[in-house]
Design a protein around this ligand. Sequence first.
Ligand code: NDP
Length: 257
Amino acid sequence: MAKRLEGKTILITGASSGIGKSTAKEFARTSPKNLKLILTARRIDTLKEVAAEISAEVGDGVQVLPVKLDVSNPEEIKNFVPSLPEEFKDIDVLVNNAGLVKGVAQAPNIETEDINVMFNTNVTGLIHMTQAILPIFKSRSEGGRGDIINIGSIAGREPYPGGGIYCATKAAVRSFTDSLRRELIATRIRVIEIDPGQVETEFSVVRFYGDKSKADAVYKGVEPLTGDDIAEVVVFAAGRRENVVIADTLIYPSHQA
Ligand code: NDP
């Protein structure tokens, strides 16, 4: 697998914590000789810390570029590829991971601001990132090559009360991903969806607007997945022979299956 990833440029959104951060580290560990990683999120200082941790762990065979990028801001996405250093522009893998949940509210009480932030990040942001990177993939031979790996959620398949908007955003990711895969069927561009079940990350802290005690209560008495569990599957999918598409994967912790 390491050989197939050698020389690749991997772009990960939401790489400052959780699944995105674990995925960056897993790519670096799997292919430590000749890899470029572009790590994006809004918290640039945290991204720089992640970059330093990777360099300390695997050395300088992996070049890491932290870039501040808010996926809910279309202008920032428009300027993103043009402003990359030349040696990082030839992107091979896009991991659309940035995402969030805000609030727990039944339909009558859902705040408009929360609706907008979830859709603008989880759906529109993911679509805009895809649009920004697709021309790079399409410029290659045989109709194009490259991997688009979208992090959906079990929530897109099994909606739950109080999570209507988040679940709807992840159902939208699922539909967009399936549609895109069919649009690109005659190419070597692989479109992959990975749907995690419950993973312990900063996700629930964001959901409860920073209230850590409420976030911790979500994981009490259960054994959730870790970011590494998801990262291993992302890297496995990207490391397959070019003709193999791991199109759609659902990963549960055993208490949730
Ligand atoms: P975290 O909160 O730990 O990570 C979310 C990441 O997304 C952070 O790096 C955050 O960085 C980034 N992010 C959020 N908003 C934006 C934005 N507007 N622009 C750019 N980056 C942004 O949660 P997870 O690692 O758990 O979440 C990763 C993905 O996994 C999400 O898409 C989530 O929906 C999905 N998922 C999570 C599950 C779970 O139980 N944890 C289950 C199923 C799916 P920053 O704040 O620095 O911008």
